[in-house]
Design a binder for this molecule. Sequence first.
Ligand SMILES: Cc1ncc(COP(=O)(O)O)c(C=O)c1O
Length: 421
Amino acid sequence: MYDLPEEIKAAQDSTKEINMQYDFTTIMDRAGRDSIAADIIPVKGAEVREGFTKIPMWVADMNFPTAPSITKAIIERAQHPSFGYFSPSKAYYDAIISWQEKRNGVTGLSRANIGYENGVLGCLSSALSAFTQPGEAVLVHAPLYIGFSSVFTNMGRKIVASNLQRDKDGIWRMDYADMEEKIKDNRIHFAVFCSPHNPTGRVWEREEIEQAMEIFQRNDCVVFSDEIWSDLTLDGHRHIPTQSVSEDARRRTIAAYAPTKTFSLAGLVGSYHIAYNPLLRDKMRKAGSLSHYNSMNVLSMHALTGAYSDEGAAWVDELRGVLSDNADYAYRYITEHFHGVTLARPEGTYMIYLDCAGWLAEHHKTCDELLRAGIAVGVIWQDGRPFLCDNTIRMNLALPHSLVVEAFDRLDKYVFNVVQH
Ligand SMILES: Cc1ncc(COP(=O)(O)O)c(C=O)c1O
């Protein structure tokens, strides 16, 4: 823990919820502790000015201690000092089946439908090699999670993006006509659907998923549904699994999940897919096995069973409240104080995606200058342009509330509303 200025300590104390069971207020010093969030500045040429602490608000992991049930499970396992070859336990599969039932209302899931994956991106690359050829086009939505772009590029697949559009209320919507046209024009048979959506924070409603899936059905597309953010919906929003919207959706979709985003376990690695259709299931299994790299780590298996437990569920429920408060605060602060910056009201994930076009035009600044100005005062935010939308910045809100308050205060005073003398 580092020594905090008095005003942050006061804000920290004032946000401590009396009834909170878990710790979402302590400011963890992650510097030098295996954390790119704390140790890397993601914008070239940017530096933090002397006198400002770093507030990590970029890569998608969290600045909270993880659920105690996870550390307990890992420590218990580590105390048995033998780490030889192993097979995934029944407890591992049972934990996933029970979590999916309790959190997502999934029924009829069995061990045979679950496949371990060394990361959702690895799972996507297996799916691409199982169902597409190099040079073939795949349909995605833009803004597009940067990790997807690098998988497509590395695997020589052609990205065809259908732009999400903000409606009159600022809500990001799919453009169904455009999706279908692009699928037909490019003879596409593989689509990636991100639900909830990173970076826009959209939690799709059932009718929206149904409409998208009808298009995929009409055009015979295999669907890769990335639901890694499914546990992190904000107040008033509920995740609908893509496979649950119709019998056809269940058969044409490979769904990817993980406890890594929900519980901030990315450094432990450990995702999984669900596929009901025997053709998809067997092809995924084969594609995933070919590299001989796609094997589980024993501590990651125990982390999952600790996470997908009753205590893990209670922790996530508290976390969702904390993230909802942070998202409300950020949304209100930006819309009230940062003229020329717009964003959709966050519905899920802990990322927000700022459209700074108005502010940049009004102040004759470039996006690079704006990014550097924020980082100069310790707000380590991320260039949003590689997510395929101009003039954008992506921010991570998974921090103690006091730090979110501090970050927006600095952005207000030193970046967006600087008084020119
Ligand atoms: C939508 C989405 N998919 C996948 C990932 C990465 O998943 P993994 O670490 O399991 O490869 C992320 C990480 O931020 C993400 O936001």
